[in-house]
Design a binder for this molecule. Structure first.
Ligand code: AMP
Ligand code: MG
Length: 423
C-alpha cells in the first residue's frame, strides 16, 4: 500500500515541510522591516478617541492644581490632633469645592471643607465629617485615631506641570480624553490613519444581490475584512471582486498600490491553475512568499507594491481571519503607532479533546468562559475546517496549539487568545 502513494511536492497535508517558517518567524520578518508611517493631523478631543497620538503631550498645569480635600470634613493643622483624648475646635468658615478662603486657620480652629476645596493656609489634614461630633456651641469635637496629612490630595500628585502625561504612539482611550480635558487641552496631533485597500479574487465569487450559479459563492471575505479593519480604525478602500484574469488583476494591484499604505487581497495564493497573486506581485512589486507552519492559513504572500505593503491572504474565510489577526493586525498596529503590538494570551483549562499532530501551529476556535472561582475554561466550537466561518462567530477566542503540541485531553491547560483583545 505505502509504496503506491504519490507525493510530488510538499503540501498542507504534510505535518512537517522543508523551508517552512514558523508563525513566530513570519511575524518577526514582517514586523522587523516595517517603514514608519508619515503624516499627522490635528483633531478635536472627542474625535481623538481611538486615534494614535503623534506627539507627546506636556501638561501645562498641575493636576490637582492645589492641595485639596479628598473628603467632606474639617481641615485643621495636624499638630492639633489629639492622642487618647478629645479636642474641641472652632469652625471659622465653610469652604465649598471651588470656594476660596483668604484667611489663615489658627490654633484651636478648623475649616468646614468640602471634597475638592483647596486646603486653607494653616491646615494640612482633614478629618472626615463622619468622625467628628457637633457640639451645642457650634464647635466640633475630634477624637483620636487620626494621622497628620490624611485625606489631602497634593498639588500635582496625578499630573505634574511640565511632565509628559501622554506619549506619542499611545492609542487614545476614554481615560485619555478625560486626562487631556483635565489639563485644558482641546485638540491633539494624531497620526493619520493607515490607508488600507483590499479586494477579493476569484471567478466563483458573486456579490450580494446576485444570483448564485453552480459552484459560485458569495464573497464574504470583503465583509469580514471590512469589519476587522473598522475595528482597527483604518482608512478603508474596498476595491471589490477581481476575476482570476491576469490583466484585471494587474490593474487592481496597480491601483491599490498607488492609493494605499497597505494592500490586502484574499484568494489565489496557492498553487492552483488560477492562482495569480504570486506571479503578479513578483512582476509588479517585490514578492516574498511563505509557507507558514500553521493551520489554517499555510500560504501567505507578503511583499511590497510600490510604497505599499502587500499581504496576499489565502481565500478560505477562516484562513483570511486567522492570517489577518496573526500577521496583518500586528503590522497595522505597529505602522499606526510605531510600537510593537503584543498579543494578550491567557491560560485556560480545555474541556474538549483536541486532535493535534506535532508540526504546525494550529489556531482552533474556542468558547472561553470564566468559572465561579474565577478560573478560565475553554471548549472547542466543534467543526474546525478553514471554510467553516460560523466557527469564528460561535467562538470568542483562538485556542493556540503551538508547533510541538500533540493531542489535548480534557483537563489539559491550553493557551487562548480572546477575540476581544484583537484590536
Ligand atoms: P483560493 O485560495 O482562491 O483557492 O480559495 C480557497 C477557497 O476559499 C475556495 O473555496 C474559494 O471559493 C473560497 N474563497 C475565496 N475567496 C473567497 C471570498 N472572498 N469569499 C468567500 N469564499 C472565498
Ligand atoms: Mg481562487
Amino acid at each position: 500500500m505505502q509504496s503506491h502513494i504519490i507525493r510530488t511536492a510538499p503540501s498542507c497535508a504534510d505535518d512537517r515541510e522543508p523551508q517552512v517558517l514558523t508563525v513566530h518567524q513570519a511575524r518577526e520578518k514582517i514586523l522587523s522591516s516595517l517603514p514608519a508611517l508619515q503624516g499627522e493631523e490635528r483633531v478635536a478631543l472627542r474625535s481623538a478617541l481611538g486615534r494614535v497620538l503623534a506627539r507627546d503631550v506636556i501638561s501645562p498645569i498641575n493636576v490637582p492644581g492645589h492641595d485639596n480635600s479628598a473628603m467632606d470634613g474639617y481641615a485643621l493643622d495636624g499638630s492639633q490632633l489629639p492622642e487618647d483624648a478629645y479636642v474641641d475646635l472652632e469652625v471659622i468658615v465653610t469652604l465649598p469645592a471651588g470656594g476660596r478662603f483668604n484667611g489663615t486657620c489658627g490654633p484651636g480652629q478648623c475649616v468646614h471643607i468640602m471634597t475638592g476645596a483647596p486646603m486653607p493656609a494653616g491646615t494640612d489634614t482633614v478629618v472626615m465629617q463622619e468622625h467628628v461630633m457637633a457640639l451645642e456651641d457650634g464647635r466640633i469635637r475630634i477624637g483620636s485615631g487620626h494621622r497628620r496629612g490624611q485625606n489631602v490630595r497634593s498639588a500635582g500628585e496625578d499630573i505634574a506641570a511640565g511632565s509628559a502625561v501622554l506619549h506619542a504612539g499611545k492609542r487614545l482611550t476614554p481615560a485619555d480624553l478625560g486626562i487631556l480635558a483635565s489639563i485644558g487641552i482641546g485638540e491633539v496631533f494624531v497620526c493619520r490613519r493607515v490607508r488600507v485597500a483590499f479586494f477579493s479574487t476569484g471567478d466563483e465569487l458573486r456579490g450580494i444581490g446576485e444570483t448564485l450559479g453552480e459552484g459560485e459563492v458569495y464573497d464574504s471575505n470583503r465583509y469580514s475584512l471590512h469589519g476587522m479593519l473598522r475595528r482597527l480604525d483604518a482608512d478603508i478602500l474596498d476595491l471589490g471582486v477581481v476575476r482570476d484574469e491576469p490583466e484585471a488583476l494587474r490593474e487592481a494591484f496597480q491601483t491599490a498600490g498607488q492609493l494605499a499604505d497597505v494592500v490586502i487581497t484574499s484568494g489565489g495564493v496557492s498553487v492552483g491553475e488560477a492562482d495569480y497573486t504570486k506571479p503578479i506581485l513578483e512582476e509588479l512589486g517585490e514578492m516574498r512568499f511563505w509557507k507558514i507552519a500553521m493551520k489554517p492559513g499555510r500560504p501567505l504572500a507578503y511583499g511590497k507594491l510600490g510604497n505599499a505593503l502587500f499581504f496576499g491572504l489565502p481565500g478560505n474565510p477562516v484562513a483570511v481571519m486567522v492570517t489577518f489577526y496573526q500577521f496583518v493586525l500586528p503590522a497595522l498596529q505597529q505602522l499606526a503607532s510605531g510600537t510593537r503590538w503584543k498579543p494578550f494570551i491567557l491560560d485556560a483549562v480545555c474541556t474538549s479533546a483536541l486532535r493535534k499532530r506535532p508540526g504546525r501551529f494550529e489556531f482552533l476556535r474556542g468558547i472561553l468562559s470564566q468559572q465561579d472561582d474565577g478560573s478560565f475554561v475553554v471548549e472547542s466550537v466543534g467543526q474546525q475546517g478553514s471554510g467553516i466561518l460560523t466557527s469564528m462567530s460561535r467562538g470568542n477566542c483562538f485556542i493556540l496549539l503551538d508547533e510541538e503540541q500533540a493531542d489535548v485531553k480534557p483537563g489539559d491547560k491550553v493557551r487562548v487568545q480572546p477575540f476581544a483583545t484583537l484590536f
